[in-house]
Design a protein around this ligand. Structure first.
Ligand code: GTP
Ligand code: ZN
Length: 309
């Protein structure tokens, strides 16, 4: 029996079958899924699994197999810097909810999100919320970011959960797709989700475990069916996605606007910082690459450790 994982609390999973039946599932033994992924959690929200019903226990099932993932997104595991924790799998797109005011999302935060999405081959969309509080200064900032990110090829939207403005466009974006939604605290992600799925009480602060006793303080990603078709994966408490196991020379590939210049640098291992004959720096000087994006690039680069061989 095929099913999709809607929730994972570490040891128990909530799975839904193609027929719409919800089952509590657990894993039988330990099995390796993707040889190239060493994660601290074997199964994540969005995973397609095979289930076998457990005799005599209504609503309980055993996970006996897992399908290869189309993609997945990770954060670094709390159990080790170089270990990954898979947040969600099989996504069509990732939405970052941002704000220009109350509180302003930093460009560094936006760019980290975009790099991670690009590294995992997931289309990313920026949704700016709280349009209602933007005055001329904030609108100018928004328009600037919109121009920068749209020129790179990203979709940028402006909405207000408070005024229910732009919600239909957001729904249209999400219809019939599996969308991961993220954003730092206070941007209004929960308010937006409540507009998209009215009546959905989001339990974002605590998740009770299977036996019902005790509460995890950690929060987990959870998937919801959208009333108009499609699925939403909410990532409460996930602030930063992990740039795990990336080589320094790889990073520029995930700044999509740098890609056309990469083969034109004098050195093929150019990090585009102050090497001579660097086509990326030239493009920044010529105004073809946004200087703030370059600043983000340089600061993310600093956080990538040199591999020790
Ligand atoms: N003015 C304005 N305020 C908003 C809007 N959307 C949300 N807010 C407010 O922003 C605050 C944060 O909203 P939440 O929906 O709780 O934000 P969140 O991103 O889910 O934050 P966490 O719950 O901390 O993860 C609340 O006081 C909301 O009322 C909006 O469109 N305009
Ligand atoms: Zn270069």
């Amino acid at each position: 029996m095929q099913a999709l994982i809607y929730k994972s609390t570490g040891s128990w999973y909530v799975a839904k079958t193609a027929e719409g039946e919800t089952l509590q599932a657990r894993m039988k033994g330990v099995f390796k899924i993707d040889e190239d992924i060493t994660s601290t959690n074997p199964i994540a929200v969005g995973d397609e699994v095979t289930l076998a019903r457990e005799d005599g226990e209504a609503g309980n099932a055993m996970i006996t197999g897992i399908a290869a993932r189309r993609n997945y997104i990770v954060r670094s595991s709390p159990h080790g810097k170089h270990k990954k924790h898979i947040i969600a799998a099989n996504l069509d797109q990732a939405v970052l909810v941002c704000t220009v005011k109350e509180p302003r999302t930093s460009q560094g935060f936006i760019d980290r999100f975009l790099v991670t999405a690009a590294a995992y081959h997931i289309p990313a969309v920026l949704v700016f919320n709280k349009k209602d509080v933007y005055r001329a200064k904030e609108m100018e900032k928004f328009e600037h970011w919109k121009a920068v990110y749209e020129s790179i090829g990203y979709k940028v939207m402006l909405v207000s959960a408070e005024k229910k403005d732009g919600i239909d466009e957001l729904k249209a974006l999400m219809q019939d797709k599996t969308t991961l939604m993220s954003g730092h605290s206070g941007v209004g992600k929960s308010s937006l989700i409540n507009e998209i799925m009215p009546g959905k009480e989001l339990k974002t602060k605590a998740v009770s475990n299977w036996s019902g006793k005790g509460l995890h303080t950690t929060t987990f990603a959870e998937m919801f069916d959208l009333p108009f078709g499609g699925r939403l994966i909410d990532t409460p408490g996930v602030r930063e996605f992990g740039i795990v196991d990336m080589e320094k020379t790889e990073l520029s590939h995930y700044f999509l606007e740098m890609q056309p210049y990469l083969t034109q640098c004098q050195f093929n291992n150019c990090l585009h910082l102050n090497e001579p004959g660097c086509a990326v720096q030239q493009a920044v000087n010529d105004g073809d690459i946004d200087v703030d994006r370059f600043v983000s690039y340089a600061s993310i680069l600093e956080t990538i450790e040199e591999k020790q061989y």
